[in-house]
Write a protein that binds this ligand. Structure first.
Ligand code: ITT
Length: 199
């Protein structure tokens, strides 16, 4: 089993990575570690920034050996909002605390009759402790619900209906989300890539 530092403070992501990559033992990003920079304009830039920033910090301060660092930059891209909130998904509506409120705010921003197409995108960056970092990505197409529906998952899950389903990710069981989500697809690509790297 490989040991990987997960450069994320998002509990929802951690839960999903544990389910999607059960063969990896994740070491958590410590509470005393710094906030990782994510100043890029693209998911890919931010994922690499986080993975490489975490690797540099761990090389100096890490408390146990790890094989590499995994970072995830992801978000919801809404057609009627010109792809927003996109890379700014975690920073959308900072005046609001709960995702129920943020989701209502986001839905209220859509003009009446607007197209409801949206997609979740996930870019994973993996930085081996020695060697060059690489990225993989995954996306899932879907549409926005008209209201916050369901309490499963996290973040924008209760307003996103994946293509081919009638329920939101907030209503669908986690096992279903894990067969088709942006993160599941990116994890499948990561597994394949790590398999190649190990050969
Ligand atoms: P880390 O950088 O510490 O990993 P973060 O929450 O800041 O955590 P991002 O910058 O990648 O991570 O922001 C992603 C946001 O997009 C996240 O906070 C959610 O609001 C949303 N998001 C991403 N994947 C999601 C998913 O599977 N379901 C619901 N919302 C998701």
């Amino acid at each position: 089993m490989s040991k990987v530092l997960l450069a994320s403070r998002n509990a929802g992501k951690l839960r999903e990575f544990s389910a999607l990559l059960p063969d990896i033992h994740f070491v958590l990003w410590p509470a005393e570690a710094p906030e990782l920079p994510e100043t890029g304009a693209f998911f890919l830039d931010n994922a690499l920034q986080k993975a490489e920033g975490a690797r540099t910090w761990w090389l100096e301060h890490g408390t146990e050996p790890v094989d590499g660092v995994l970072a995830d930059d992801s978000g919801l891209c809404v057609d009627a909002l010109w792809g927003g909130p996109g890379v700014l998904s975690a920073r959308f509506a900072p005046d609001l605390v709960s995702y129920r409120d943020k989701n209502h705010r986001l839905l209220a921003m859509l003009p009446e009759g607007a197209a409801r197409g949206a997609r979740f995108v996930c870019v994973l960056a993996f930085a081996p402790m020695e060697g060059v970092a690489f990225t993989v990505s995954g996306a899932v197409e879907g549409s926005l619900a008209y209201d916050h529906r369901g309490e499963r998952g996290f973040g924008y899950d209760p307003i996103f209906i994946p293509e081919g389903h009638d329920q939101t990710f907030g209503e669908l069981p986690a096992d279903t989300k894990h067969t088709l989500s942006h993160r599941a697809r990116a994890c499948a690509a990561l597994r394949e890539r790590l398999g190649v790297v190990r050969e």
